[in-house]
Design a protein around this ligand. Sequence first.
Ligand code: HEC
Length: 264
Amino acid sequence: MAQSSEIRDQRSVRRLIAAAGFAVLLFTAGCRQDMQDQPKMVPQRGTEFFADHRGARPQVLNTVARGQLHEDSYFYTGVVVGANGYREEQNLMPFPVTLQVLQRGQERFNIYCTPCHSRVGNGLGEIVERGYKPAANLHDQVRTAQPISHYFYVMTHGYGAMPDYSAQLTPEDRWAVAAYIRALQLSQAATAQDVPAGVQVQELKAIAEAKGHPEYAQPWALPATAVQAYPADAKQGTPGMAPAYPADPKISIPASKPAPAAAK
Ligand code: HEC
């Protein structure tokens, strides 16, 4: 009997020690020194460290952050500031258009623009067929008369119901897409005379049949233009921009800046 009560006492002492140990563990865990307590600058909060008590430091005068020297502002903005102080769009590519540039533009256009503008750029993409506001028909008189940097500007800032694509497309890509839009416009306005000698021209339907593609590959028609559907669109230009370019039904091919001379 005496022996069994001794065992019980020993057990409860052990339990007590274990419980105390656990409590100490909990206590010390709560006391750890966190990195969040180290001295540091908190955004929008003052500091005693600098004489002017500003935690956020002003930019160092006359310095440019790495990768932010946007010397060629036309390349990054698509506008130049004219004599009248207006920002003006230009029918000028900031770099020469090569086949590679056009292919890149075609690829990016097909990824990012066709959902609304369709592959041929008539503004009747899948999303529009499902009820979105008709996207601009890139072949109508208003759009073909716009200088090429207007397309760059629209991709950079968005336009009306169209979101901007500056996050998805680098400036290089936006210019490539703009160049491709011009190629699309030329292709859709092409006549038999534009076809090189010896090249055969066929109806889309005939090609589809020959290749065994589905029958619905029909030639597309220009829609009864978006200009009529949305009279406000007929106004030319972009808010805040130099007003109205002369409406030129011909598609003007932009000049491009010469390639920078190769470093010797
Ligand atoms: C989500 C649908 C959508 C996508 C994707 C889209 N657009 Fe648009 N876009 C529109 C709509 C809608 C308009 C007409 C805007 C309005 O009138 O509110 C428009 C208008 C335009 C215009 C004409 C602007 C003017 O001055 O009339 C251009 C150029 C254009 N888009 C180019 C592009 C390019 C290039 C891309 C791909 C990078 C693109 N869009 C992707 C919906 C889209």
